[in-house]
Design a protein around this ligand. Sequence first.
Ligand SMILES: NC(=O)c1ccc[n+]([C@@H]2O[C@H](COP(=O)([O-])OP(=O)(O)OC[C@H]3O[C@@H](n4cnc5c(N)ncnc54)[C@H](OP(=O)(O)O)[C@@H]3O)[C@@H](O)[C@H]2O)c1
Length: 307
Amino acid sequence: MKAVRMHAHGGPGVLVLEDVPDPVPAAGEVLVAIKAASVNAADWKVRSGISPVPLVFPHILGRDFSGVVETAGPDTDMERGTEVYAVCPPGMEGGYAEKISIGAQYVARKPENLSHVEAAAIGLAALTALVTIEDTLKLKRGEKILIQGGAGGVAGMAIQLAHHLGAEVVTTARAENHAYVRGLGADQVIDYTEEDPAVLVGDCDAAFDTVGGACIAQSFAVLTPGGRAAFIAGGADAPIPPREDVTALRPAVNRSRALMDRVTAYVEAGILRLPEITTMPLSAAVHAHELSEAKHVRGKLVFDIGD
Ligand SMILES: NC(=O)c1ccc[n+]([C@@H]2O[C@H](COP(=O)([O-])OP(=O)(O)OC[C@H]3O[C@@H](n4cnc5c(N)ncnc54)[C@H](OP(=O)(O)O)[C@@H]3O)[C@@H](O)[C@H]2O)c1
């Protein structure tokens, strides 16, 4: 099969499209013919080495993919031909390839109303948004939330979920992305290049920071007493709050079929809609990483791996 592999940490140029042996499913695994795989910010962090994920080289990157079960190994409950999507656990080889062997417990039925490219685009972004908004922040109807980085993959899903739950949604984005994030359900959009959310907003019950860095202080400052803020862009721990009357949370984004089925239910009900999707072939992996690392992709980049 073809796969994009890295033989060492480094810049985007370490990604090489190569011919590699097909993976062989072990007990409990399925072999999936991958039709599409998405590019996540996590990928360039792992590639560069700033993410402390131990790797065995050569390594195939990628977290989420969509495809068709080609072989169901022993001790699996899936059938050959089933259309599936999944998010791989950290450290495991991923979706930048034509095939993958993965534990059946991570693999879920693909949403019926999505193509493979669309399902791959939804995967990790929707899973992270779901776990953060519903399970970590426990956002409620009538609450107000600041979502930092509205035009990105995770934030785009989080805006939709928060809006669906009946929250008032404030988000940050460059001016050219304002119509896009309003279309996802944002009630108020702040151009972070011109204005400071910490000055404009001070009455949020919750904040979801998908950007980190200078945004962290803003995400704490916008909270009312008792407010809670969730952080996913930094390390494994949430930052320490600069004030005692708010809570900082680090979502535990586990991978499982049950979690993907919750995403699927929202997608098939029309509650979670598609992000803007830019497709590329696997051979454009270096360019995809250059774009992702520049941090201004709107929506999602997806490798269309096809037949
Ligand atoms: N399990 C986990 O913990 C987990 C899971 C998924 C992602 N993550 C992390 O979460 C972060 C977001 O991931 P992602 O895939 O959603 O990223 P992404 O799609 O690459 O985010 C890109 C977006 O960030 C926006 N942005 C950049 N700088 C900004 C700023 N200063 N203020 C506001 N928006 C800004 C850009 O919009 P503009 O062009 O408008 O600036 C762009 O649309 C990453 O650090 C990723 O590693 C963690």
